[in-house]
Design a binder for this molecule. Structure first.
Ligand code: ZN
Ligand code: ZN
Ligand code: ZN
Ligand code: ZN
Length: 352
């Protein structure tokens, strides 16, 4: 039989056995592909809430799946060693986190939020490292996806555990009474520390600069929202990106100087002509979003905040609960629907 027929047959057979997953970054300079056994689909997805994931991405959590070794043009990516064994790879031009690799376990993870294809590729299974959030973080709003409960683990997942729900114990109401927190400076930093800054409480003058839709009803807090737009999803590498909306005059850099867009280790990427996104050139954390015609405002990535009460920083932030930003862009509809429902339930429970 001619070699090309043999090759075609081999590829056809292989095509049945393998599915190629493809992902790209926001600026399209970086591409990843990986062949996974078709029988392994849908791939198990875990949502990591650990301090390192939050500080290297800027989001409240990361949706990852284990994959076989991927193909990528690593020349377009920056590698950041977030620990002795783990390297995280993000686009050097726009900051999209795409992959991580653990040299100890020899495991690759892909950011599933940037993979082309339907939500049915993924099996949302569990939350991990919720203990790092103190308050449950994003896990509080995502009890289930598509009607299937997600296990909640305080640390890493325990694969052979018989537990149906995981071992995370949410904090008791007395420990989450955020009204007790009176910090007047909120520190924020990326994982490598190259982009470090402080946010102060609003003042009447700063509140006057805010558009009504981004003004908290509590005058000691900043407004915050969960964004599921396409640009944010690619920029961070996460389907859910949480932003806080302080005014520039209340943000100072770690050395006390006034806020400016590019400082420390930051790089800027313009995702549209009037939009400036900044990310850390060393660890890849998304830091801020600016629009040229609203120079008084800066959207800050909530994953970088170091509030004493926890990842949701409720002592500082008033969360918009009735609406997600840019829901029409979402590609993972069951996930986004679950977030909406979870936020609604959460806000109703807090009213009683
Ligand atoms: Zn890019
Ligand atoms: Zn993590
Ligand atoms: Zn950094
Ligand atoms: Zn967005």
């Amino acid at each position: 039989m001619p070699p090309f027929i043999l090759r075609a047959l081999a590829n056809g057979y292989r095509g049945l056995l393998e599915t190629t997953l493809k992902a790209h970054c926001l600026c399209n300079a970086s591409h990843v592909s990986v062949a996974v056994p078709t029988a392994s689909l849908p791939l198990a997805v875990h949502l990591c809430h650990c301090d390192t994931c939050r500080r290297t991405h800027g989001s409240l959590g990361l949706f990852n799946a284990h994959i076989p070794a991927p193909t990528a043009d690593f020349a377009t990516l920056t590698a950041y060693a977030s620990s002795q064994d783990v390297k995280r790879y993000f686009c050097s031009t726009c900051g999209t986190h795409m992959l991580d690799y653990d040299a100890k376990t020899k495991e690759w993870n892909i950011s599933i939020s940037i993979v082309d294809g339907p939500e049915s590729l993924w099996d949302f299974r569990e939350h991990i490292y919720l203990q790092d959030t103190k308050d449950g973080g994003l896990g509080t709003w995502l009890a289930s996806v598509g009607g299937k409960p997600l296990k909640k683990w305080a640390g890493g997942a325990i694969p052979d555990s018989k537990s149906e729900f995981g071992n995370w114990e949410p904090p008791t109401p007395s420990t989450t009474d955020v009204s007790k927190s009176k910090e007047d400076i909120l520190h924020a930093s990326c994982h490598c520390g190259g982009a470090s800054f402080n946010i102060a409480r609003p003042t009447p003058a700063s509140r006057a600069l805010l558009p009504p839709l981004a003004t908290a009803s509590d005058d000691t807090k900043w407004y915050a929202s969960n964004d599921v737009c396409t640009s944010c999803r690619f920029s961070v590498g996460s389907a859910i990106v949480s932003w806080a909306f302080p005014t520039v005059d209340r943000v100072t850099l770690a050395d006390g100087s006034p806020y400016r867009r590019v400082f420390g280790t930051l790089k800027e990427y313009r995702s549209s002509p009037d939009v400036s996104r900044t990310f850390c050139g060393v660890c890849g954390a998304t830091v801020a979003y600016h629009v040229d015609d609203r120079p008084d405002l800066v959207d800050v990535a909530v994953g970088l905040l170091e509030a004493a009460d926890g990842a949701r920083a409720e002592s500082w932030l008033e969360w918009r609960v009735h609406k997600l930003s840019y829901e029409e862009d979402a590609i993972h509809h069951a996930l986004v629907g679950a977030l909406k429902d979870g936020m609604k339930t959460w806000s109703e429970e807090r009213k009683v």
